[in-house]
Design a protein around this ligand. Structure first.
Ligand code: UFG
Length: 330
């Protein structure tokens, strides 16, 4: 299959590109490198430096590549920033997303897998969260992802677009070749490892939540398991596959969670020493518990996470850091 991966130079995108190439697919990366890293695109994979929101550039790249399906990983994805600068999120995630769909329509490309998020649920009433839980995002990031999911459904009904929305919970770990490098870094595991490597001490955002140890619980999934899910989801968009006759939505998680303290302790076991940390106030907008019900991805896509252990996830991220102390060297 000829697959265009938007955001293919980012963290999740790069591991997915690696997986698609290993499965024998012809991959084109479309990335404007605003947050991605040119150095993460493997030799032999073409990188088009362009925005997914520019339909002329996208349609041209699709024509040259002969794109048959799109894996849409590119997005603006910082929750806090989305609250202070919602315009940036609506422009990129909604307006840009629709421009991508328009380029696809122009080229007759009708298969798309979308990187969605648990943030579409907001603060859940029930846990684990199933896909039919109410969608009540509490920040523009989640709201813009929800809006684009809805656009995909309407494009499916009217124009025959076949889409799978994968609602990621917390993604962690690294492959041999690719790991997580963000600036600024806001996520827990990279910040824990930064503290372990002599960077600033970890700030635990609150220990007075209604959870067993007082810190927030999240459902962490290995980035390579996520890449496997992308491949299965792309296969499900085949034009004769009944699973995507209407839009398919799947949560991706392990169905269990780890608290912030448990993550810190697991990281201490991985690195073999104590990691400097302090307890700070709560971060605004953090629900106490976010755990996925991921049964549908199993029954419908045939996906099973194979690396659910938190130490394995942290260990792979730590090993990648060791091999790439300067990230992608940019
Ligand atoms: N945390 C800390 N210290 C840090 C960083 C994080 O204590 O330095 C805590 C957070 O407060 C939270 C947990 O660690 O309780 C996990 O935080 P992350 O920032 O790693 O991840 P989130 O759960 O906030 O975010 C994830 C995805 C988002 C998505 C969100 C859904 O990364 O894209 O889940 O709510 F929007």
């Amino acid at each position: 299959m000829r697959v265009m991966v938007t955001g293919g130079a980012g963290y999740v995108g790069s591991v997915s590109v690696e997986r698609l190439v290993a499965a024998g697919h012809d991959v084109l990366v479309l990335d404007d490198l605003s947050t991605g890293h040119g150095g993460s695109v493997p030799a032999g994979v073409r990188l088009v430096r362009a925005s997914f929101g520019d339909p002329d550039d996208v349609a041209r790249a699709m024509a040259e590549h002969g794109t048959e399906a799109v894996l849409h990983c590119a997005a603006k994805s910082l929750v806090g920033e989305s609250v202070t600068n919602p315009a940036k999120y609506y422009r990129a995630n909604v307006v840009g997303g629709v421009m991508l769909l328009e380029a696809m329509r122009r080229r007759g490309v009708r298969r798309l897998v979308f990187s969605s998020t648990a943030a579409v649920y907001g603060t859940p009433e029930m846990t684990p969260i199933t896909e039919d839980a109410p969608l009540r995002p509490i920040n523009p990031y989640g709201e813009t992802k929800r809006a684009f999911e809805a656009a995909l459904a309407w494009y499916g009904a009217a124009y025959g677009l076949r889409s799978v929305c994968l609602r990621y919970f917390n993604v962690a770990g690294a492959s041999e070749m690719h790991g997580e490098v963000h600036a600024p870094e806001t996520h827990l595991i990279p910040n824990v490892l930064l503290a372990a490597a002599g960077g600033p001490a970890l700030n635990l955002f609150g220990d007075d939540y209604p959870t067993p140890d007082g810190t927030c619980i999240r459902d962490y999934i290995h980035v390579e398991d996520l890449a496997d899910a992308h491949l299965l989801a792309l296969e499900a968009t085949a034009l004769d596959d009944a699973r995507t006759d209407s839009q398919l939505i799947c949560n991706l998680g392990n169905g269990g969670g780890f608290s912030v303290r448990e993550v810190l302790e697991a990281a201490e076991r991985v690195v073999g020493r104590e990691i400097p940390h302090s307890i700070g106030p709560r971060r605004v907008g953090d629900p106490p518990v976010l755990v996925a019900s991921a049964g549908r991805a199993g029954t419908v896509l045939g996906w099973q996470p194979t690396r659910p252990g938190i130490e394995e996830m942290i260990g792979s991220a730590w090993a990648w850091r060791g091999r790439h102390p300067a990230g992608y060297g940019e």
